[in-house]
Design a protein around this ligand. Structure first.
Ligand SMILES: [Fe+2]
Ligand SMILES: [Fe+2]
Length: 240
């Protein structure tokens, strides 16, 4: 299959993920939003300081490797381009304080069982894998922040466009206060394009078209479990 065919197959996997994942379609609640802020702060720190760097380590193409490290550094050290010099997890922490969480509470959060399972699964899908499967793992969920997948608001503005909309309504927050979601609408077009471009350049040459599509599907199954886990734990948090 031609390399254009591979990207179309990856796009189909992301579209399917956007349509089937319950977390995107069930109602957003205060408990779910708070649980997302706590778990996703931890998740973004772990993925970008541990898992994605393992993919960079395995990548022989210098520009692609540096691109991965640059994207990770925006997430965990400082994003000067979209985040005013703050790391994405710091911006998410600030958002948490606007939805009724204490900063101390956010910082004391520990990964729930499904988050721990997701990290274990990603370890298997990112650490000891061919780097091209790894770069798909790095970027396939960020791809859902790019418009065009799923239906409704998500198709129009991406996953974080959807969250901006529903968190804004739920908590009465302005676009400025929801900057965590807004900045990703730009940052993740860049982050995920890097992954999609690498696949376009290398999948055919390395005879890995089927492998990268399979990697994309498996990784998105893990993301689905991770997000639905946040939904369920968020329901329990909301009942407390
Ligand atoms: Fe980010
Ligand atoms: Fe990103």
């Amino acid at each position: 299959m031609a390399s254009k065919g591979v990207l179309a197959r990856l796009d189909r996997a992301v579209d399917d993920f956007s349509r089937r994942t319950r977390y995107f379609h069930e109602e957003m609640t205060k408990g779910r939003a708070r649980m997302f802020a706590m778990q996703h702060r931890l998740n973004t720190r772990h993925r970008n300081s541990v898992l994605k760097l393992k993919v960079a380590t395995n990548c022989p193409d210098w520009d692609t490797r540096i691109g991965i490290i640059k994207a990770c550094s925006e997430e965990v050290i400082a994003d000067h381009e979209h985040g005013g010099g703050r790391a994405h997890w710091e911006i998410l922490e600030d958002l948490g304080t606007r939805i009724g969480l204490k900063r101390s509470e956010i910082r004391a959060a520990t990964p729930i069982a499904t988050t721990q399972l997701a990290w274990a699964a990603w370890e298997g899908l990112m650490a000891n894998r061919h780097w091209l499967e790894g770069i798909v793992a790095n970027t396939c969920a960020e791809r859902a922040n790019v418009p065009g997948y799923g239906t409704g608001i998500m198709k129009k503005h991406g996953w974080f466009g959807l969250e901006r909309e529903r968190w804004g309504k739920l908590f009465g927050l302005s676009d400025g206060e929801l900057e965590f979601f807004e900045l990703h609408e730009k940052a993740d077009i860049e982050h995920s394009d890097a992954g999609w471009r690498a696949v376009e350049r290398f999948a055919k040459q390395l005879h890995m078209e089927d492998a990268v599509v399979a990697a994309c599907e498996k990784n998105l199954q893990v993301w689905e479990m991770y997000l639905n886990g946040i939904g369920e734990a968020g329901n329990r948090l909301g009942r407390r």
